[in-house]
Design a binder for this molecule. Structure first.
Ligand code: UGA
Length: 499
C-alpha cells in the first residue's frame, strides 16, 4: 500500500461512511458531522433508516435526538439503507456493525466479514477502512485480506447489488488501494455524546502513515490525548480496557460478599480504595453485576482468544464466574426476605442493564425476573425507558407480570421491592409513601442505591449488596436447612436480611 505524508488535505473533498447505525454507529456518524465532516450513515435495516431520516433515534440515548436533528438540518448527515452506495461515495469507511458472540464465547465476526466483502467489491478508489466495532486482535488483518480478495471482482460477478456474494478475485486484486485501521470506540451507552466529544483518549491503530494522518485529521477538532499504535495493538487496547473494567467490578463484588460475611460496608471500602489515585473510584460500585452488549461478550471473546493462544486467562474466567453468581446471590437475599417466593407480590424498579438507556441486553434483571417468575412470584415492574423492550421478552400476564406506570404502582401491595437499575429519578422517591403502599416493606437493593439508614428510618427492612447486613441471626437463617420461621422481619427492627 502507498505511503504518503499527507492526510485528508491530499485527498480533497471526501465523505465519511459509517456502516451500522446502532448504539455506536449513530453517535459516531452525527458526532463526525457535528465536527464539520460530510457523513453518510448506512444500515441495511430500512425501517431504522427511515426513522433516522425523520429525525428519530431508534433507541434511547440522551442528547442524540438533538444532535441528529441538527446534523440532518445542516445537510452534513444523510442516512441510507443502500450500504454499497455509501461505501462507493466515501473515502473513509467506519465499520460499526455488531460483533455478537458465538456459542463457544468467541466473537461472531460474520457481519464484519460480510461488510469487508462488500467494501472489496465496491472499491472504486482509495479508501481508509476503519474498524470501530470491538473485535479480537488480528481481525484487521482478515478485513484487509478479505477486501483485497474481493476487490477485483468484476461488477457482473458481484451481482447487481454488489453485495459480495460472487467468487473471490484473482491476482489483479493486488492493485487495490486501501488501508485498514483500528479506531476503537469507548462510548458508554447513556453518555455516548459526551464520550464522543470529550473522550479520555483517542486510539488510532494504523500500519501506514497515510492512514494515521487521515485519522489524526478527522479528530483534529477534539484536541484530546491520542495513542497512536499499530492496528493489532489498538484492537487489543479496546478489549483489554473492557476486560479491566469488568475485572474491577467483579473485584469489588467479591469484596462485597466478604463484607456481607464479616459485617462491613462495601461502599465505604470502595471509598477507601478509590481515593488512592492508583485505583480511582470509578467502576467500584458493587451490586448485581455487569450486563449490556459489551462487557459480558467482550470478556468472553478475549478469554477465548487468550485460550486459543495458550495464554493463562484464568483471571478473566474468574471475573466472569463472579459476575454470573451475582444474580444468584441477589436472589438468595430475596428468598431470605420473603421466605416462600411462590404467590408473593414482588416489585421491581429498573430493568435496563444500567441507567440512561433502554437497552436490556444481558441485563441482570432478565435472569432475576425469569427466576422469580418460575418460582411463582407475582411481578410488578417499572423502568423509565426499558419497559417496551422488556415486554417483548416477558409479555404482561394477568396476575403474574404487570408493567406499572410509576414506582408507586409497583409498590402497591408488594411484599418486597427490588432495585435493579439505579435510575436518577428513583433518587427522589418518597420512601414513606412507598412503605405505606406495600404489604411488607422490605427493600432489596441490587445496586446499593439507597442509603440504608434512610430506608430504615422510613420503616423498611433493607438489604444491600455487601452493606453491613449479615447479622449472626440472618446468617443463621441463611445457613439453616430447616424451613425458616415466618418472623415479622418487615418491621425493620430485627435485622436486615443480607445473608
Ligand atoms: C462499556 C464501556 O464502559 C465503554 O467504554 C465501551 O465503549 C462499551 O462498553 C463498548 O464496548 O461498546 P457500556 O456497556 O455502555 O460501556 O456500559 P458501562 O457503563 O461500562 O457499564 C457496564 C455494566 O457494568 C453495567 O451493567 C453497569 O451497571 C455495570 N457496572 C458499572 C457495575 O456493576 N459497577 C460499576 O461500578 C460500573
Amino acid at each position: 500500500m502507498n505511503e504518503t505524508n499527507f492526510g485528508l488535505a491530499a485527498i480533497g473533498a471526501f465523505k465519511i461512511a459509517v456502516l451500522g447505525l446502532g448504539h455506536v454507529g449513530l453517535p459516531t456518524a452525527v458526532g463526525f458531522s457535528s465536527l464539520g465532516w460530510e457523513v453518510i450513515g448506512a444500515d441495511e435495516d430500512a425501517a431504522k433508516v427511515d426513522m433516522i431520516k425523520a429525525g428519530k433515534v431508534p433507541f434511547f440515548e440522551p442528547g442524540l435526538d438533538d444532535l441528529l436533528n441538527r446534523s440532518l438540518g445542516c445537510g452534513r448527515f444523510q442516512a441510507t439503507s443502500e450500504v454499497t452506495e455509501a461505501i462507493r461515495a466515501a473515502t473513509v469507511v467506519f465499520i460499526c456493525v455488531g460483533t455478537p458472540q458465538r456459542e463457544d464465547g468467541a466473537a461472531d465476526l460474520s457481519q464484519i466479514e460480510a461488510i469487508a466483502r462488500t467494501i472489496g467489491r465496491n472499491l472504486n478508489g482509495y479508501k481508509l477502512v476503519v474498524e470501530k466495532s470491538t473485535v479480537p486482535a488480528i481481525t484487521a488483518l482478515w478485513i484487509q485480506r478479505t477486501i483485497q480478495r474481493y476487490s477485483a471482482l468484476k461488477a457482473n460477478e458481484a451481482g447487481e447489488d454488489g453485495n459480495g456474494k460472487g467468487r473471490p478475485a484473482g491476482p489483479e486484486a493486488l492493485v487495490a488501494d486501501f488501508d485498514v485501521a483500528s479506531n476503537p470506540e469507548f462510548l458508554q451507552e447513556g453518555q455516548a455524546i459526551e464520550n464522543f466529544f470529550e473522550p479520555c483518549r483517542i486510539v488510532i491503530g494504523a500500519d501506514s502513515e497515510r492512514a494515521r494522518a487521515i485519522l489524526r485529521d478527522l479528530y483534529r477538532g477534539l484536541q484530546r490525548p491520542m495513542v497512536v499504535t499499530d492496528v493489532t495493538t489498538a484492537e487489543l487496547i479496546k478489549h483489554a480496557a473492557n476486560a479491566f473494567l469488568s475485572t474491577k467490578i467483579s473485584f469489588i463484588n467479591m469484596v462485597a460478599d466478604i463484607c456481607d460475611e464479616v459485617g462491613a460496608d462495601v461502599t465505604r471500602v470502595a471509598e477507601g480504595l478509590g481515593l488512592d489515585p492508583r485505583i480511582s473510584p470509578a467502576f467500584l460500585n458493587a451490586g448485581i453485576g455487569f450486563g449490556g452488549y459489551c462487557f459480558p461478550k467482550d470478556l468472553r471473546a478475549l478469554a477465548h482468544l487468550a485460550e486459543q493462544q495458550g495464554v493463562d486467562c484464568s483471571l478473566l474466567r474468574a471475573v466472569e464466574r463472579i459476575n454470573t453468581r451475582r444474580v444468584e446471590i441477589f436472589l438468595d437475599k430475596v428468598r431470605n426476605s420473603v421466605w416462600v417466593v411462590s404467590g408473593k407480590k414482588v416489585g421491581i424498579l429498573g430493568l435496563a442493564f444500567k441507567p440512561n438507556t433502554d437497552d436490556i441486553r444481558e441485563a441482570p434483571s432478565l435472569k432475576i425476573i425469569d427466576a422469580l417468575h418460575r418460582e411463582g412470584a407475582e411481578l410488578r415492574l417499572h423502568d423509565p425507558w426499558a419497559m417496551p423492550a422488556a415486554k417483548a421478552l416477558f409479555p404482561p400476564e394477568a396476575g403474574r407480570i404487570t408493567y406499572c406506570e410509576s414506582p408507586y404502582e409497583v409498590a402497591r401491595g408488594a411484599e418486597a421491592l427490588l432495585l435493579l437499575t439505579e435510575w436518577d429519578e428513583y433518587r427522589h422517591l418518597d420512601l414513606g409513601r412507598l412503605r405505606d403502599l406495600m404489604q411488607v416493606p422490605a427493600l432489596i437493593d441490587g445496586r446499593n442505591f439507597f442509603a440504608p439508614e434512610e430506608a430504615r428510618r422510613a420503616g423498611f427492612s433493607y438489604a444491600g449488596m455487601g452493606r453491613r447486613g449479615g447479622t449472626p441471626y440472618a446468617r443463621e437463617l441463611a445457613a439453616s436447612s430447616h424451613p425458616r420461621p415466618a418472623v415479622p422481619i418487615w418491621t425493620g427492627m430485627e435485622a436486615d436480611l443480607n445473608g
